[in-house]
Each structure stands twice: as C-alpha cells, then as structure tokens.
Design a protein around this ligand. Structure first.
Ligand code: ACM
Length: 689
C-alpha cells in the first residue's frame, strides 16, 4: 500500500464531511476524499509558481490553459523552484484511471499527481476552486490551506447536450459553456447538429443542406412551426439561423480537446429530417419537400447520401462515438411507401420497426468499418438493437436498463436530465419543454439503476444533461436553463453516492452561481427558488378519503396514478403530470361517483385541473357536481363554466368548487372535456368537506 494512501486511512475520521452544511472547500463536483489539515502553505514569492512533468503538446496545452485562467500562476523550469508540482505518476495503482488525481498541500508545497494530463487538468480545476475560496481575489491568491484530496470519477461519460437546430447558438456561446463544462469535469459535448428546424454543419458535397435549410423567416421556433416550417435563404431580410463551417467545427473540436472534452456529433436519421427532405426531397418517400421528416429506407440513394455525409463528418470528429439520432421517427410513412415495402420484403423485415433497425444496422456496419461506434436514442432498441450499438436512454430509464441487461452500453439521460424543463414553479418560469425539474430532482437522480447487478451496471457509461432549444431562443435563456442544473449532472456523474449531500451541494451551487454571474452568465438564482406545488407537500384530509370511487368513464392506462385510489388518497399532484399523482383522461370527460358510505353533511366539493396546452392538457369546458342518496337519482348542485382560454400557453391550475350545505351519500363530479380529439383532462383529488 502506498504511504500516502495509508496516511489517508489514518486521517479518515478527519475527512471533511460532505454532509456538513458548509464544507470547505466547496467543490463541484465533490471529490472522493477531502482531508483538511491545520495550516496554510505560503508561496515562496508573491506569486505561486508551478512546474509540470508534461512534455510537448500536452505541456503547451496545459500551460496555455493555466495562462488563460483567472488565477495567475507562474511557470518555472525547475521543480525545486516551484510551489506547485504537477507530477505524472504511472505507478500509483489508485491513479490508473486517467482522470484520477491526488493533491497534497503541506508545508513543503503543493504536490499534484495523476497518471495522465487529463488527471492533472482535473486536479487543477479542483485547486482553482480551492483558491477562489481562499482569497478574495483569485488572481493574486498565493497561499492555500493544507489539504489532501484523492479523487476519481464514478462514471466515464459526463455529458452536456446542446440542440443548435431549433435555435442556433454561435461558436462564442459554445466556447463559453465548454470552459465551464471542463471546470465541472464534464468530458463529453454532444452536439445536436441536424434536426427538422435546420441543418447546421457544412457538408461540401451537399451545399444545398445549409444553403436551403440553415435559415428561416422566424426567429422563434414556435412561430416557425405555427407558420408551416418553411426555410428561406440567408440573404432574406427576415432570415434567422446559421450553420458551422467545417473550419468552425474543427475550431470547436480543438477547443474542446484542450479542455479534455470529446465532441460527439449527432447526425439525425432517419426521422427528424424535415430539413434534409426540404433540401433533398428525392430522399423522402413522397419525393416532395415539406411533406414529412422521415428519410425513405427503401431508397438506396438514402444510404449513398448518409455515407457521403458521414465521410465528411468523421474526419472532423475524432470521437469514438457517432450519434445517429434514431428518435421519434413517424414510421407510418414507410407503411405507405412502395419502396420501403419492397425493402421489407427483400430483407424479410416483419414491420417498420425492423425497417428502421435495418437502416441502423447498415449505418453501424459502416461506422464500425471506419473504427467508430454507433450511439443512438433508445428507439434504436425497437426492431432489434445493432450488434455493438450504445443506447442513450431518454424515455425514462427503461432503455438503459434493457440495454445494460443485454450487454450493451448505455448513457442515462431521462427526463430529470432534460434541462429545458422549467426548474421552478412553471407558472412563474419562462416556458419550458413541459415539466418541472428542480435542481434537487436532477441532483437526486442516480444514473446507475438499482435493478442492475454489478456486471450490468458496468454498461452504464454515464449521464448527460440535455438542452433542447424549442423554447430557448437566446444564449441568455440557454444559460438560465443550464445553470445550476448542469452542476448536478456533473456531480451525479463524478461523485460517489456516499459523498453526495444536497445541503452541501446547494450551498456550493449558489456560490458557483454567484461567481458565474460576476462573469456575465445569466443564471437562475437559487435564493429565489419557490419549490414544488405547495399542495403536493402535505396530504389533505377530507370526508372522501379512502372511499369507493366509481369511474363512469375510465382513466387512461397511460396516466393511472394510483389507480382507483388516486382521487381519494389525500395526495395532491406536483407540478408534473408525469410523476404519478395526476390521473389522466384522454379525449373524453372526467366523470366519477364517490360513495361516502352513509348520508353525510357536506359543505364543499372541489377538484383541481391542470392546463398545459403544449402537452394537449386542457381545462374542462364545464363542471357539473351532483349529489344523491341512492346512487341512482342525482340532483345537480353546481354547474360552472371555464373562462380560461385553451390557447393560453401558460401552465395553469384551477379549482372548480361547490360550497354550501347539503346532506348526501353519493357525490358525482363530472368535468366535461373541451372536445378536442386526443386532448387530456388531468386531476389529482376530489376533495369533499
Ligand atoms: C429526444 O428528446 N427526442 C431524444
């Protein structure tokens, strides 16, 4: 056992508890071991100096990174003259993982060791955060507290995904975020480069892709969809959009590489390709532009196109993984297409899911022939997973679990990792993608599902925070959505569960937000957080609790909540209709009868409904409340219309309530749907007082 490690064991009781409210140092992500000692190391001169073992390009990259950091350190060419010694240690078994590092600050100096430049880079990120908390001005920080840190990542994939198709984000924006990502030890940038609202990467062989689809007449994605999803030329006076030239891409990839971030490109196929078919309609089943967004899999030209695109994409991205999308294809187009049907016959494919798998397998084979691995959204499981595919699990955890159990690697990005959800009371927040995901919800997520055994768990490569840009039209809005939840993604990927503490993390997150604000980032502020829907925090007691509910119309099997007990269990819904407290009724009315067991004095009957028109959830058109003693003959006691505009895009909650004095055994609550086919009613409790 190495001497240093023995030292750690002896000091174990002194390990700075991650559970304390205000740990020093406040680090994001929190390391494996932090041991604080009494004492301060003071620089040999007024500036801290450093020496590193790194050579050649690695040394140049490392020095350049330190030179652009806020903390002014001076490089020296002799170990003996250095305050900080960045040492490469290929012997220490604890440093085998190339991202691990060790820091020891004592009266002799600051010793940093790692087996690679990546480990030293991460050690520096940690030291920098320590320095920022040691000195009021990090620039001039020339002393550091005695500390011992050993750190190693829990998971190897710690990602940030940015959709640059729905709205376009320039290189400067990306670089600003990438610098932060490195600070939080994120190491993958998933660049969502192509999608329905615009192709954003120059392909020299097909200039029409960007010429015809990188610009549109509306800035807002929602206006673009409302007005028929048409593109325009860059020269159009209304034109909004943009794309990255191949030189731009190289610049970002190189910028990221120096930050130890791998850029993983996503080229969507065969769905989410409205823009491809706008530029190259011959690749769609109908041959017409603006008809649908699914490439024709029966057409051999589709494969020629995809291979030609990949032939230009691969040299730009050294990433071992290439993301091919694969999500949300409307497969029904292939059912009606002669060429697709012919392909299915020729290849003996039993349905259109298998047809999509046929495309994925062919593309995988091609990528493998070039030494790359295919990565795709979890729909690629349907119809049979390609032999070596890695799955990005986004529709919950199921895709990741199934993949890991089948021996495939997976990256976890379920709903709580979607940073385009509102992060606070959605009634007060800018419009999000459809849910409420607080910092705590993201933080509490464990990317390694408990149902997996040890061997299967090894297939969980990591976690990723996804930013989709439907409702993110500006860099300021993007930063607001990213920070602070990306800190939680970073800590979930890096820090072992035993070192996690929301109290400690929350404090560190606010400190980090304050720092980002001074640097001009437009972040959320945890000081003003409201939290989840108040009604959901404490159970409600009322006369119908536990009573029998008869559903005159059934709830949807998609949103059963707690089944027949839901409306009388005292549990109120959170801001999210997906969390199992709201019961959903699709297309038809909500109509229930509650049996109170005996004739009872009643003073109030009330239920709350939700409106989220982006999710097709509406208020009832009208509510009718009736009572009965025999359960057969009902007397109407209340009828109430709704004055909320179905077009109102805000997240809304409204009670429909009768109050008075009556006696009855049965209460019927009937909420009449607004008549839109496919629309929903959602309610959580029928309260009888
Ligand atoms: C996705 O969110 N459609 C992957």
């Amino acid at each position: 056992m190495k001497k240093t490690f023995l030292f750690f064991l002896l000091l174990l009781p002194l390990i700075v508890s991650a559970q304390t409210e205000k740990a020093f140092p406040d680090l994001i992500p929190y390391p494996q071991y932090v041991v604080k000692d009494a004492g301060i190391y003071q620089a040999k001169s007024d500036v801290l100096t450093y020496y590193s073992d790194l050579k050649g390009q690695q040394a140049r990259d490392f020095d350049a990174h330190l030179a652009t950091s806020d903390w002014k350190l001076r490089a020296v060419n002799k170990k003996s003259k250095a305050d900080i010694f960045f040492q490469i240690d290929t012997v220490d078994p604890q440093l085998v993982n190339e991202e691990s590092y060790r820091i020891e600050i004592n009266k002799r100096g600051i010793m940093v060791s790692a087996s690679t430049d990546a480990g030293l880079f991460y050690a520096y990120q940690t030291l920098l955060q320590v320095a920022e908390q040691t000195s009021t001005d990090v620039k001039t920080c020339n002393s550091l507290p005695f500390l011992k840190i050993f750190d190693t990542p829990r998971l190897g994939w710690r990602g940030w995904h940015m959709d640059v198709s729905r709205h376009f984000f320039d290189k400067a924006f990306l670089k600003r975020q990438l610098r932060n990502m490195a600070r939080y030890k994120l190491n993958k940038f998933h660049w969502h480069l192509t999608d329905d609202p615009g192709w954003r990467i120059e392909i020299k062989r097909y200039p029409e892709l960007t010429q015809k689809t990188a610009y549109r007449p509306q800035h807002l994605f929602t206006e673009w969809t409302a007005q028929g999803m048409k593109f325009c030329n860059a020269a159009d006076p209304q034109a909004y959009g943009g794309y990255y030239t191949q030189d731009d891409v190289c610049e970002i990839v190189e910028f990221a590489r120096k930050l130890h971030i791998t850029v993983v490109p996503e080229i969507e196929m065969p769905g989410h390709s409205w823009e491809v078919l706008a530029a190259k309609p011959e690749l769609g089943c109908t041959g017409k532009p603006y008809a649908n967004g699914e490439m024709c899999i029966g057409n051999e030209e589709t494969f020629v196109f995809l291979k030609n695109v990949l032939d230009e994409v691969l040299p730009l991205f050294p990433s071992a993984y290439i993301h091919i999308g694969g999500d949300e294809a409307n497969r029904s187009h292939w059912e009606k297409c002669e060429k697709c049907q012919k392909r299915m016959q020729a290849e003996n494919l039993k349905d259109v899911k298998e047809l999509q798998s046929y495309l994925t397998r062919r593309i995988e084979k091609y990528l493998e022939s070039k030494g790359r691995h295919l990565l795709g959204w979890d729909e690629i499981i349907e119809g049979g997973l390609s032999p070596n595919a890695t799955v990005m699990s986004w529709r919950g955890e199921e895709g990741g679990i199934v993949s890991a159990q089948a021996g495939h690697d997976a990256v976890m990005t379920p709903w709580v990792c979607y940073l385009d959800n509102a992060q606070d009371d959605p009634r007060l927040e800018p419009r999000g993608v459809g849910g409420y995901v607080s910092l705590k919800k993201t933080y509490d997520y464990d990317p390694v599902p408990k149902v997996l055994n040890e061997k299967e768990s090894k297939h969980i490569l990591g976690i990723q925070g996804n930013v989709w840009a439907e409702h993110i039209p500006t860099p300021a809005r993007a930063e607001y959505m990213i920070y602070p939840r990306i800190f939680a993604i970073a800590e979930n990927g890096w820090t072992v569960p035993s070192q996690k503490s929301y109290t400690r993390f929350h404090h560190a997150a606010q400190r980090e937000l304050d720092r980002l604000k001074t640097l001009g980032f437009r972040t959320f502020d945890l000081r003003y957080e409201h939290g989840d829907r108040k009604e959901s925090l404490t159970p409600v007691r009322h006369k119908a609790l536990g009573k029998k509910v008869t559903y005159n119309m059934p709830y949807s099997p998609k949103y059963v909540a707690s089944g027949d007990a839901t409306l009388v269990d005292g549990k109120r819904g959170t801001f999210n209709y997906q969390e199992g407290f709201w019961q959903g009724f699709e297309t038809h009315d909500f109509d229930v009868t509650i049996d109170l067991d005996e004739v009872t004095d009643i003073h109030k009957v009330s239920a709350c409904f939700m409106q989220r028109n982006d999710q097709w959830i509406w208020m009832p058109r009208e509510v009718v409340i009736s009572i009965s003693d025999d359960g057969k003959n009902f007397t109407e006691i209340h009828r109430e219309g709704c004055d909320i505009d179905p077009e109102n895009p805000a997240v809304l909650f409204q009670y429909f309530t009768w109050e008075g004095n009556k006696r009855a055994r049965f209460v019927r609550y009937h909420a009449i749907a607004n008549g839109r086919v496919g629309g929903w009613l959602f309610t959580d409790e029928v309260i009888v007082e």
